[in-house]
Ligand binder design. Structure first.
Ligand SMILES: C[S@@+](CC[C@H](N)C(=O)[O-])C[C@H]1O[C@@H](n2cnc3c(N)ncnc32)[C@H](O)[C@@H]1O
Length: 398
């Protein structure tokens, strides 16, 4: 906080004096500011402006210093101030893009508006709050069009893609892989996963692998390149066709798994390794009710392991993936706004994962957390991936 200012009219105990000449001063507001929701934050957002941010809802408004000062001073409701709602769920580059849920507050064009309008906007965003009612907006929609809830990550992806008229099946692949699907795009997938794939597939030579939920066959191709025999299954006919084209050495089948009985479709096949990449999480938080838990999936797959076989689960990290990323490249920070109750996140907790493993009669042999190797001078996203793990990996055995 800046130095106290004896300002007539400043609320009791409040000593904020905003100074345009010091653009990099960072303020965190919280309960100290009268009228602000306790969890709301004030973050620096370039010269003369700030981001007022509600982390529990991932909504934010960019304001000029003068606008915040007007709020704090209780200026007349018709006083003109400059502000812009910068809330956004972008995912423009990849699934990890813009976990904060706001557009660039430093670059946004501020609009002039009466202070009353800014107060109303901040009220809707739960930044100015008379009570905790705004927190009711957190959480999963029970119906796709439920206006009372903002929706979890996957629901917001669905809404965002629908707004942009993008097909989820191809968007998901395009944001992850280069157009010829030979590699990851320059995103956390590449930074965190590429260095790990060598270790992951090191022993594949001569082994038989099942790639469960294989998508377009990217990993299957790597397994085959490492000398493994690979069988890939996925409910999507389109993905299976793409996998066959990408990995002609592999065998692929379009199979849907929605109940324990469906696993009979694997017939009497046995595998040295069964690999699931970005698949198991969906069984903890299915899009639609499913007669199959994560423990059921692990248990059924465990029954298909050859002697000495292993299940390999690579999933978005439960603790930090999808938490709002803030700070600067020098000091990247994550806000853990939820852990046990999934309101926005779509990943299980560590204990939920462990319980599924236990219920399937499996043991954890190895856990890895996937970080990006250091890249001096990199921007916030990359620095963030150096500091916080984007995926976790579990090697399971019977
Ligand atoms: C996020 S994608 C991951 C694909 C691939 N493993 C990868 O990492 O590139 C999730 C995959 O799970 C598949 N899937 C969805 N429901 C499934 C189910 N019930 N059983 C098996 N796979 C499923 C989807 O079709 C999709 O290919």
């Amino acid at each position: 906080m800046d130095a106290p200012a004896d300002r007539p009219g400043a609320p009791d105990g409040l000593s904020l004096r905003l100074d345009d000449a010091r653009p990099n001063v960072g303020y965190s507001a919280m309960a100290a500011l009268p009228g602000f929701a306790p969890e709301s934050l004030i973050l620096p957002a370039g010269p003369g402006r700030l981001l007022l941010y509600q982390p529990a809802l991932r909504l934010g408004t960019a304001v000029s210093h003068a606008a915040l000062q007007a709020l704090l001073d209780g200026a007349p409701v018709d006083a003109e101030v400059e502000a812009a709602d910068v809330s956004a769920f972008s995912l423009e580059r990849c699934l990890h893009d813009n976990s904060r849920g706001t557009r660039d507050a430093a670059g946004a064009a501020l609009a002039r508006m009466p202070l009353a309008e800014l107060r109303a906007l901040l009220g809707r965003q739960g930044i100015l709050a008379v009570d905790s009612a705004h927190l009711e907006r957190r959480g999963k929609k029970r119906l796709a069009l439920d206006p009372g809830k903002l929706g979890n990550f996957h629901q917001q992806i669905g809404a965002s893609l629908a707004r942009r008229k993008l097909d989820p099946e191809s968007w998901w692949v395009d944001q992850k892989f280069e157009s010829d699907r030979s590699g990851f795009r320059d995103t956390p997938y590449r930074w965190c996963q590429e260095p790990f794939l060598g270790e992951l597939f090191a022993g594949a030579k001569g082994q038989t692998w099942l790639d469960f939920g294989c998508g377009v066959g990217f990993y299957a191709r790597r397994i085959a390149a490492a000398g493994g025999r690979v069988f890939g299954v996925d409910p999507s006919e389109a993905y299976v066709a793409a996998a066959r084209a990408l990995c002609p050495e592999g065998e692929f089948e379009a199979l849907r798994f929605e109940s324990r009985e469906d696993f009979a479709r694997l017939k009497d096949r046995r595998f040295d390794r069964i690999f699931l990449s970005d698949v198991l999480l969906y069984f903890f938080e299915p899009y639609a009710p499913l007669g199959l838990s994560a423990a059921d999936v692990l248990s059924e797959l465990a029954g298909r392991l050859a002697p000495g076989g292993r299940l390999l689960v690579l999933d978005p990290h439960g603790a930090f993936f999808l938490q709002p990323r803030l700070g600067s490249p020098e000091a990247p920070l994550a806000l853990c706004t939820e852990y046990r109750t999934r309101r926005f996140r779509a990943t299980p907790t560590l204990e939920e994962l462990s319980r599924a493993v236990e219920a399937a009669g499996l043991k954890i042999a190895r856990i890895r957390e996937l970080f990006a190797p250091p890249a001096p001078g990199a921007g916030l996203d990359r620095r963030f991936a150096e500091e916080f793990p984007a995926w976790w990996f579990f090697e399971l055995l019977r």
